[in-house]
Design a protein around this ligand. Structure first.
Ligand code: SAM
Ligand code: SF4
Ligand code: F3S
Length: 473
């Protein structure tokens, strides 16, 4: 997933992380809100939009839910476990409500959209339920809830992109940021709940994307990740000059803001990523050579049941094309084991595809049936849980070999690192990412700062980190 580029940025690695702004002036009369986000990077980006809407209405953000007048939880429905995590967290908020009965609890995001007002029946402490396209109505819903009614708005929109809203960067390192370029998804993969929780696909005005990226650059940010469930189908019709901006055009426009601004993107659907996009990545040094290309399964039969609209052979041809046009390009994926009717032979096909692709990074899951999806309505969830889990472990074990190999291949190379901040383990070391998205740690020396680029010679590695030192010319 957006857990795509993951690391701290990609989705579920950040589950449960509370967001807090860098600096906010305190106004003791303002009501305070706390917001916690789960799920993919798009949800995290949405929380920044919500924070902006609420701050615009005079509410003040807090990083401590104990002192909040309202608690918002931005939720994910992608797998059963994601929903269970949210329910568990709500139980903890219930304890706070006991000593602060005036506290409002709001559920935002995909689970709100999926369950709608049922949420309020099931979880009595919830006062507000807001779907992903209805955040502009949140201040009004807060008023309703304050007057003792329940506030619910789960209307999906065909137009809403929040393009005019300047997100408030939450928990930001001041160097890297997400920028949503589209919403929704039209793909209807049979296992997936997203088309139901996020609605129809729509692209955001290209000019507003460029403005947001330019503003970020001017504020000192040095990396943007352009977000969408299927970025390659981005399309914006500019009525002023009747031109159409494709994803390749948008990438180019963002890359041209400054050679010092790194550009990443996620997620690419294998059926939609074009040569034009690959050549645009090649043309600009500041567009990172890293592609998240979810495969889901290595079996063409299962891919057809999943409604992914490509075959194993098509996927392999795409990977070959990426490697031909962009040698050394980082590649990551998502996979699901134990989808309906998956046999040992289908599973072996997934393993052999992993063997072929040797991904740098993979987000691997076992199938979790989601209510209302095409698969739930059409197919039987017939692979026993222990078989799903065993197959998942086999994919994980194989991928571990490949990811370590991909780290070891970097030893001896000099890589350009964008410094994001101190390393987690020591303030004496910097941490940042290489162009192909590997975490690099190296001792501080010379006159470098957060947001600077450093040439680092890689000397060793662990499974997740390259270790090096600054290159001396
Ligand atoms: N839009 C992206 C794409 O086309 O691949 C993926 C978005 S989804 C938020 C992230 C990942 O979650 C998917 O790629 C898939 O591997 C996984 N996923 C989605 N639905 C799932 C389900 N029902 N059970 C297990 N994993 C699922
Ligand atoms: Fe879900 Fe498929 Fe859309 Fe990705 S492309 S969000 S997996 S329906
Ligand atoms: Fe994202 Fe989860 Fe919704 S992965 S789009 S928050 S269902």
């Amino acid at each position: 997933m957006l857990d795509f580029v993951i690391d701290k940025k990609h989705d579920e690695s950040r589950q449960g992380e509370a967001f807090a702004p860098k600096v906010f002036a305190s106004n003791s009369f303002a009501k305070k809100f706390y917001i916690e986000s789960y799920g993919c990077a798009m949800n995290f980006a949405d929380s920044e939009v919500v924070a902006s809407i609420l701050q615009g209405k005079g509410f003040e953000i807090t990083r401590h839910f104990e002192e909040a007048d309202m608690i918002f939880i931005n939720t994910c429905s992608i797998r059963e476990k994601a929903e269970a995590t949210v329910r568990k967290r709500l139980t903890e908020f219930r304890k706070v409500k006991k000593y602060n009965p005036a506290l409002l609890v709001g559920v935002l995001g995909c689970m709100a959209e999926r369950l709608k007002s049922k949420f309020i029946e099931e979880e009595k402490l919830v006062d507000i339920v807001v779907g992903p396209d209805a955040y502009r109505t949140l201040p009004g819903l807060i008023e309703e809830a304050e007057s003792g009614q329940k506030g619910v708005n789960v209307l999906l929109s065909r137009e809403e992109t929040y393009g005019d809203i300047s997100p408030i960067r939450l928990n930001s390192n001041g160097v890297t940021s997400f920028v949503s370029i589209m919403r929704g998804c039209n793909n209807m993969c049979s296992f997936c709940v997203v088309p139901f929780t996020r609605g129809r696909e729509r692209s955001r005005d290209a000019a507003s994307v460029i403005k947001e990226c330019t503003d970020l650059f001017n504020e000192g940010y040095r990396e943007v990740t352009l977000l969408g469930q299927n970025v390659d189908s981005y399309q914006w019709y500019n009525s002023k000059d009747e031109s159409i901006v494709s994803f390749a055009n948008l990438l180019e426009k963002v890359a041209l803001i400054s050679p010092l601004l790194r550009v990443r993107f996620s997620t690419s659907h294998p059926k939609d990523i074009t040569d034009e996009v690959l050549f645009t990545i090649k043309k600009y040094e500041n567009i990172c050579k890293y592609i998240h290309l979810p495969v889901q399964s290595g079996s063409s039969r299962i891919l057809q049941l999943m409604n992914r609209t490509y075959t194993r052979e098509w996927y392999i041809a795409k990977v070959n094309r990426i490697r031909e046009i962009l040698p050394g390009c980082g590649l990551s994926t998502d996979s699901i084991t134990g989808f309906c009717s998956e046999t040992e032979e289908d599973h072996q096909q997934t393993l052999s595809l992993f063997e072929y692709c040797e991904y740098d990074l993979a987000y691997m899951y076992f199938y979790s049936e989601r209510p209302g999806t095409l698969a739930e309505r059409r197919f039987e969830d017939d692979v026993p849980l222990e078989v799903k889990k065993r197959r998942l472990q086999e994919v994980v074990a194989l991928h571990r070999i490949h990811s370590l190999k991909s780290m070891e291949k970097e030893i001896g190379k000099t890589v350009k690192v964008l410094i994001e901040g101190n390393s987690k383990k020591s303030d004496a070391d910097w941490a940042g990412r290489s162009d192909n998205n590997k975490m690099v740690v190296f001792p501080k020396s010379g006159n470098f700062h957060r947001g600077d680029y450093a040439e680092v010679v890689i000397e060793s590695c662990t499974a997740g980190t390259l270790i090096g030192k600054i290159k001396i010319n």
